[in-house]
Ligand binder design. Structure first.
Ligand SMILES: NC(=O)c1ccc[n+]([C@@H]2O[C@H](COP(=O)([O-])OP(=O)(O)OC[C@H]3O[C@@H](n4cnc5c(N)ncnc54)[C@H](OP(=O)(O)O)[C@@H]3O)[C@@H](O)[C@H]2O)c1
Length: 501
């Protein structure tokens, strides 16, 4: 008897592809699988003989494509960049008009825009879908950010919403407890159509930029706990566990508490104290920051988080500099420890609000640049489960955009405004204390600078425009004339006449 046709195909069976294929099969969909190295595919299929939907392995792309129901839906889960283009090029001659290629890798949104355009010209539909949550998310429910032609998305929507992470409709908390073959039942899927062409991959990139910010801010809180309050790793773990019961409740705070209490099997001490302080990165935080620079959006906390990783990476140079450069002498903290602990919490929370405000401000600008209409409340909603930044806090962001879909900045929402009002004295105290003690807190302090800059009616850019006009005749606008009228001083002239340009 002929094999039944599969609902969807997936090529690229590394860690993400395998887990995503199993997740899809767990929801009763039959999945054809393929991998460049056939042995990987054969081993994978042999190890998973009885999933609810079934896996069917194919060594060649021709048979793989022929095994799919029309319109064919093929997920690519290979290394982002040139390998994705190579796989698309191999698939195209085997496809028919109307078939759909879905790129689930961490592709740059500009590549997705290009691929969607090129494939459309060939009659092939293309979805660029952000997939967040790493290995665990792919297996039991990622946060999914699909972008492309809406009708093409509708074809994959039943599968995409089935495999996505689910949150409780009332609380927004992730539904947990999925096991192989037994996905969670009910709940609201962390998946929504994001917009045309590269919108899904763009929003996924912003998610990662915000993730960089969250991680750096947590690390700075840990550093202050350690270097101002003198806490040990397990003591810090208790603090984070406590914070995870309040407004900071999130996956990253939860794993931080866990990491900090992990013993080191080699030394018997705490593992975190044995991990070398040089951070790696795969580039999405950098893309977010470069894009913020390109678009002129002040996403300084996100960018500082990337720079902080670069600073950590020059370890040998820092070790040498530490022997030469001086800072304040270490002094015992003699203030009220309980109050200062609360202040660190508030500094972390306020900085986090600013970091998210920057991420959403960036997406707001991008939608103008790329002609998308992004639904920010829905984006916050699909980040409540499955992904790395999942947090209780995102429910509040969703509510803020429910109150005002065109909110220019999260800081202007009444809830977030009142939260910052409540926390800002503590926030300032922590940044000041860290500065006085020489403890580096680039993300805390850049978030505070962002807040103070954003709320400033006037900034010293008046002098800056004067400087630009002096050396480059760049002109300036005046406070007492309408916007758009430009003036220039003829600086070299002894009488320095003012000229209306
Ligand atoms: N790992 C994560 O946590 C995570 C999270 C979200 C998104 N992603 C994204 O998901 C995608 C897959 O990630 P991953 O970590 O599972 O795998 P990966 O290490 O990024 O890529 C390995 C896969 O790509 C295939 N591949 C590489 N070059 C190829 C080429 N020229 N032609 C055909 N196939 C090629 C490999 O096939 P062979 O077996 O033949 O070498 C293998 O299946 C990536 O875009 C990644 O950025 C990863």
């Amino acid at each position: 008897m002929a094999e039944p046709l599969s609902d969807i195909g997936l090529t690229g069976l590394a860690v993400m592809g395998q887990n995503l294929a199993l997740n899809i099969a767990d929801h009763g969909f039959r999945v054809s699988v393929h991998n460049r190295t056939t042995a990987t595919m054969e081993k994978f299929v042999a190890e998973n003989p009885s999933t609810p939907g079934g896996l069917a392995g194919y060594a060649g792309l021709k048979d793989f494509v022929a095994s799919l129901k029309r319109p064919r839906k093929i997920i690519i889960m290979v290394k982002a960049g040139a390998p994705t283009d190579a796989v698309i090029d191999q698939l195209v001659p085997l496809l028919e008009p109307g078939d759909i290629i879905i790129d689930g890798g961490n592709s740059n949104w500009n590549d997705t825009i290009r691929r969607e355009r090129d494939l459309k010209a060939k009659g092939i539909r293309f979805i660029g879908s952000g997939v967040s949550g790493g290995e665990e998310g792919a297996r039991f429910g990622p946060s999914l950010m699909p972008g492309g032609e809406y009708e093409a998305y509708k074809e994959i929507e039943p599968i995409w919403t089935a495999i996505a992470a689910k949150v409780d409709a009332a609380t927004g908390k992730p539904l947990t407890g999925a096991k192989p073959g037994q996905p969670v039942q009910g709940g609201v899927p962390c998946c929504t159509y994001i917009g045309p062409n590269g919108a899904g991959h763009y929003v996924k990139m912003c998610h990662n930029g915000i993730e960089y910010g969250d991680m750096q801010l947590i690390c700075e809180a840990y550093w202050i706990l350690t270097h101002v309050l003198g806490m040990t790793a397990p003591q810090c773990s208790e603090v984070f566990a406590e914070w995870n019961r309040g407004v900071l409740d999130s996956f990253l705070i939860e794993i931080t508490a866990d990491i900090l209490q992990q013993k080191d099997p080699y030394t018997g001490g705490y593992l975190v104290d044995c991990i070398l302080d040089t951070a790696g990165q795969k580039g999405t935080g950098k893309w977010t920051s470069v894009n913020a620079l390109d678009m002129g959006v002040p996403a300084n906390t996100i960018a500082e988080s990337v720079f902080a990783r670069f600073m950590s990476a020059i370890k040998e140079e820092r070790v040498a500099a530490s022997k030469v450069l001086q800072g304040p002498a270490a002094a015992k903290f003699d203030g009220d420890r309980k109050q200062f602990l609360e202040a660190i919490h508030d500094a972390l929370y306020s900085s986090k609000i600013c970091s998210y405000a920057q991420g959403f401000q960036l997406m707001r600008e991008a939608q103008k640049e790329y002609n998308w209409t992004l639904k920010f409340g829905e984006i916050a909603m699909i980040w409540r489960g499955g992904c790395i930044i999942r947090a209780r806090f995102l429910q509040k962001i969703k509510e803020a955009f429910d109150r005002d879909a065109n909110l220019p900045n999260l800081l202007l929402d009444p809830y977030f405004k009142s939260e910052i009002d409540r926390c800002q004295t503590n926030w300032r105290r922590v940044v000041a204390e860290a500065a006085l003690r020489g403890v580096p807190v680039p993300a805390f302090s850049s978030a505070l600078a962002y807040y103070d800059g954003y709320r400033s009616e006037r900034l010293p850019a008046n002098l800056l425009q004067g400087q630009r006009d002096f050396f480059g005749a760049h002109t300036f606008e005046r406070t007492d004339r309408p916007r758009g009228k430009f003036f220039h001083i003829d600086w070299p002239e002894p009488s320095r006449p003012i000229i209306e340009v």
